[in-house]
Design a protein around this ligand. Structure first.
Ligand SMILES: Nc1ncnc2c1ncn2[C@@H]1O[C@H](COP(=O)(O)OP(=O)(O)OP(=O)(O)O)[C@@H](O)[C@H]1O
Ligand SMILES: [Mg+2]
Length: 328
């Protein structure tokens, strides 16, 4: 959870909006702003921005603790955040500190904040408002001084409207919102990031220098990068591993990039033209089931892709499917 935070994260860009964003992060961090919310699609660099925020701020030499709110099992959530005293519950053999205490003096990064269960949202609000909490099974009020960064790939204001996210917590966390633009809106970064990660992986795998051919760069520029910088980084790594000689050719690119998105079943442009049919008289619940099932059909039952299209995490999609199965 705690990271080596004195190092400046690699953040490359030639894009004006991204440069403005980095300037804003630096300014906001230096003022000691207590809570920022970083938004953006998957893989755009939200964690990079969070680490930059910590790096530019007055807490740089203190810990930065990262918690993925979508990955904590519900029964461990409270202990993960607030820690517990020895004997607080069966299996609590010794006292443990939670992430709030571990981050004291530094930064707590709450990743995937939109996945936080509602019961935890209420408890988080209390700490954010009072700056104090109790360990599970503990009596002592513990005071912490932290800077809080939250990140999400969801539109939190819509989750507030739908009742999935507490409005009061939303305003507390969202003192300043920092939005990271998708890679398709900053095409000038594609070449820069490709070159950087090519050299990075050539070095990592101990391979001889090589360059991307003009054709392959053209394919990279045409791709829409639904998985943003992470997708590009993975694609470049694969090219470095698979290429021989001093040129990385189009054929070395992953198929969906090389064929410009038309081979793989997950072609978001052609999927956008598909129509989902729902019988008149269906209940909202049936509509939801149909949308989920027909989306799964359209991507050959690929749950990761279906979740992406539906705006769910894989975990949320799985829980919808489990619910359907249990009700069937
Ligand atoms: N501007 C950038 N320069 C260099 N590398 C970057 C940049 N932005 C992102 N990366 C790299 O891309 C990968 C994905 O970035 P990061 O984990 O910050 O994205 P994210 O928005 O948090 O993704 P997710 O929504 O999936 O959690 C990381 O390996 C990161 O180092
Ligand atoms: Mg992330």
């Amino acid at each position: 959870m705690a990271q080596n935070t004195t190092e400046k994260p690699v953040c490359l860009t030639r894009n004006k909006d991204m440069k403005d964003l980095v300037t804003k992060i630096r300014q906001v961090a230096q003022t000691g702003c207590p809570a920022v919310l970083i938004t953006g699609e998957n893989g755009t660099g939200k964690e990079v921005m969070a680490r930059l925020f910590h790096y530019y701020g007055p807490r740089r030499d203190k810990p930065m603790v990262t918690i993925n709110c979508g990955a904590i099992p519900a029964d461990l959530a409270e202990s993960t955040f607030f820690g517990h005293e020895k004997g607080a519950f069966t299996g609590a053999h010794e006292r443990r500190t939670g992430c709030f205490e571990q981050a004291d003096g530094g930064t707590l990064f709450l990743d995937e904040i939109g996945e936080m269960p509602k019961s935890m949202q209420a408890k988080l609000l209390r700490v954010v408002e009072l700056g104090t909490f109790r360990r599970l099974g503990g009596k002592e009020e513990i005071k912490v001084d932290i800077s809080l960064i939250s990140a999400t790939n969801k539109i939190l204001s819509e989750q507030v409207k739908s009742g999935d996210f507490r409005e009061d917590l939303f305003y507390r966390l969202n003192v300043i919102e920092l939005n990271v633009p998708p890679l398709r809106e900053r095409k000038e970064d594609i070449r820069l990031l490709t070159r950087y990660y090519k050299d990075h992986f050539l070095n990592l795998y101990g391979k001889e220098p090589r360059e991307f051919s003009d054709d392959s760069i053209e394919s990279l520029m045409k791709h829409s990068w639904p998985g943003n910088v992470r997708e590009l980084k993975n694609a470049v790594e694969r090219c470095v591993i698979l290429s021989e000689g001093d040129i990385i050719d189009r054929e070395n690119l992953p198929m969906q990039i090389y064929k410009n998105g038309s081979i793989h079943s997950v072609n978001y442009h052609s999927l956008a033209d598909k129509i989902i049919q729902i019988k008149f008289g269906s209940s909202l619940k049936q509509v939801e089931q149909e949308v989920i099932n027909q989306t799964l059909d359209s991507v050959d039952n690929n749950k990761t892709e279906a979740a992406k299209i539906l705006g769910f995490t894989r975990k949320t999609l799985r829980s919808h499917l489990d619910k359907q199965n249990n009700e069937a």
